[in-house]
Design a protein around this ligand. Structure first.
Ligand SMILES: [Zn+2]
Length: 124
């Protein structure tokens, strides 16, 4: 990730900063920048990456996701300065069906039924 450009625009805040990577989602980054600013933080978005002049922003991100109704997003801590904000992708969203016995993913309900039967045969 290239953070040099953002850094040079905020030279005063080197000590306590957090980078939030919005995983390629520029829209979320823009909204988050606005949100953080409206809550008194100094924030700057560069495409989908945001830099904030604050270390402890986990709880603010949680509020942001709640208030913007992004309940399927998750915040992951990469390290002390980097957070990743991304949508949790559920396999089922892409039309997959998951076997509850072994976790195997199948593309149709029929295949899943056949697959489940295979478990039954193995168990006999
Ligand atoms: Zn299975």
């Amino acid at each position: 990730m290239d953070t040099t450009n953002i850094l040079s625009t905020m030279p005063l805040y080197h000590d306590s900063m957090t980078y939030v990577d919005c995983a390629g989602d520029d829209t979320v980054a823009q909204e988050l920048e606005t949100y953080l600013k409206s809550h008194g933080f100094s924030a700057k978005a560069d495409k989908s990456m945001i830099v904030v002049n604050e270390n402890d922003i986990d709880h603010i991100l949680v509020h942001f996701l709640k208030e913007t109704n992004r309940l399927d997003y998750k915040i992951r801590k990469i390290d002390s300065e980097n957070l990743l904000l991304s949508k949790e992708v559920q396999l089922e969203d892409f039309g997959f069906f998951r076997c509850e016995m072994c976790g195997y993913a199948l593309s149709s309900q029929e295949e899943l039924l056949v697959h489940r039967r295979a478990h039954g045969i193995q168990l006999l």
